[in-house]
Each structure stands twice: as structure tokens, then as C-alpha cells.
Design a protein around this ligand. Structure first.
Ligand SMILES: Nc1ncnc2c1ncn2[C@@H]1O[C@H](COP(=O)(O)OP(=O)(O)O)[C@@H](O)[C@H]1O
Ligand SMILES: [Mg+2]
Length: 238
């Protein structure tokens, strides 16, 4: 049995492009088996932070450690990042899941495929071309593709940003199923309602920094910083 991935820690994490500090000295600790929500206005650096945490981007300074270890191939397999706009092959829904399964040495691929289709509510669409799915179905497929790999941590970047309320609820149910299976969820959203519904812990970002981190209840009832207060009041933060 390998060591756990948590806590996830960053120290002095920076990501700069030319003169611009997109991620600016972030010291962060994420642990627990619950749902951590990262909130913040557009352009705050949420997506870049997720890419750094996953190991998809290299920091320009500082460190990311999962369970005390640097990111390597093994760690990258144990946590998955689902992008905001998932890319899928112009093949069937089932083939898209089979493709990710083919990247690992699973002996129970058929069983995993069926479970993933069931989880995503896409059994009836299994043989349809994935690009023809609705936005909500495509997001569910992307999450199912991540879940089929049985990661310990699932990182989701605005999984319901373009979806209607019904499709959003379906995504939230899927997230809760993943959590109930014991997976740690790190979810970026700018939907305050979603953060309240599913979040246990909130991390609030602004201009490449972590401004606040605390329990969901405290964040919404008693934000500690003017930036978080303004964001909750619906003021435009830039
Ligand atoms: N690879 C990149 N090169 C240059 N600038 C980038 C890159 N990725 C993101 N940015 C910029 O970094 C800032 C934060 O982006 P992003 O993390 O996507 O914000 P968020 O997800 O919070 O809306 C934005 O100003 C964006 O334009
Ligand atoms: Mg983003």
C-alpha cells in the first residue's frame, strides 16, 4: 500500500508569464476527505492553480507536494484533472471511455466501462458519437472518464459553467457519488450556489493569491476579507 496523497501542500508557489505573476506566492494545505471548493472571480488564477497542482504546468518558483512527495508519473496517475472544456474523440461514448482504460493495465476493463456508463447516466448513449452529446452529457462523460481510473483525488475545473440548472444538479450528484466513494474532490466554480450546496471547505482566490480559506459555513456567513465580502455581494472584482 502506497502512502496517501494528502495533505496536498504548496510552498511559495508562483507562476509567472513574462512580467505577470499569475500565481503569486501561494502557501496552501488541502487535506480531509471532503469537498474543497476554490472560488474567485474570472482571471483570479484558478485554472492555472489547478494545472500546477496536477503537475500539468511547472511552477516558476515554489513547490507542490502530494503527501510530502514531488509530483512524478505515479502521483499523476492517482489524481485526475478534468478540464473546463473537455476534449473528446469523434468516436462513441463507450470508445472514449475505452480509450482512457487502454492507458492503464486494468484486468476488469469491461466491468469498469459498464460502471462508468451507469455512473454518468450514459448507458443509452453508449454507442452515440461523443461530440453529439449535450453539454451536460459531455461533462458527465468527462467526469466518468476520470472516475474510471479510480483516482484518489478528482480535480474539477468549473464542470457546470455552461449548464442549465438540471444539468448542473446531475453534475453535483456525480460529484457527491465520487465523494461517497472516498475520493477527495477539489472543485473550482464561480457559482456561489454550487459552492454552498456541495462545499465543505472554501478557498477564495483573487489576483493569483489565496485571500481566505475556511469552512463553507464561516465563509458565507462571515467572510474575513473585504475582497471576499465584495465577491459575495456580487461586486465586480478585478
Ligand atoms: N499559459 C498562459 N500564458 C499567459 N497567461 C495566462 C496563461 N494561462 C492563464 N493566463 C492568464 O492568467 C490569468 C489567470 O487565468 P486563469 O487561471 O485561467 O483564471 P481563472 O480560471 O481564475 O478564470 C488570466 O489573466 C489569464 O489570461
Ligand atoms: Mg478558469
Amino acid at each position: 500500500m502506497s502512502e496517501g496523497l494528502l495533505p496536498l501542500k504548496t510552498r511559495g508557489l508562483c507562476f509567472a508569464v513574462r512580467e505577470k505573476q499569475i500565481i503569486d506566492q501561494i502557501d496552501l494545505t488541502i487535506s480531509g476527505n471532503d469537498i474543497t471548493v476554490i472560488l474567485g472571480p474570472n482571471g483570479a488564477g484558478k485554472s492555472v492553480l489547478l494545472r500546477l497542482l496536477h503537475g500539468f504546468l511547472e511552477p516558476s518558483a515554489g513547490q507542490v507536494k502530494w503527501g510530502g512527495r514531488d509530483i512524478d508519473e505515479d502521483l499523476r496517475k492517482r489524481q485526475v484533472l478534468v478540464f473546463q472544456r473537455p476534449v473528446m474523440m469523434r468516436r462513441s461514448v463507450a470508445d472514449n471511455i475505452r480509450f482512457v482504460l487502454s492507458l492503464r493495465r486494468f484486468s476488469d476493463r469491461q466491468e469498469r466501462l459498464e460502471k462508468a456508463l451507469d455512473l454518468a447516466g450514459l448507458k443509452a448513449q453508449a454507442n452515440q458519437p461523443a461530440p453529439r452529446l449535450s453539454g451536460g452529457e459531455q461533462q458527465r462523460l468527462a467526469i466518468a472518464q476520470a472516475m474510471v481510473l479510480d483516482p484518489e483525488v478528482v480535480i474539477l475545473d468549473e464542470p457546470s459553467s455552461n449548464l442549465d440548472p438540471g444539468a448542473t444538479m446531475a453534475i453535483e450528484r456525480l460529484i457527491e457519488v465520487a465523494q461517497n466513494e472516498g475520493k477527495k474532490i477539489i472543485l473550482v466554480t464561480h457559482d456561489l450556489g454550487q459552492a454552498k450546496r456541495v462545499g465543505n471547505e472554501i478557498i477564495f482566490m483573487h489576483r493569483g493569491r489565496i485571500v481566505e480559506q475556511g469552512s463553507c459555513d464561516n465563509f458565507f456567513t462571515d467572510p474575513k476579507t473585504p475582497e471576499a465580502g465584495a465577491y459575495l455581494d456580487g461586486a465586480l472584482l478585478v
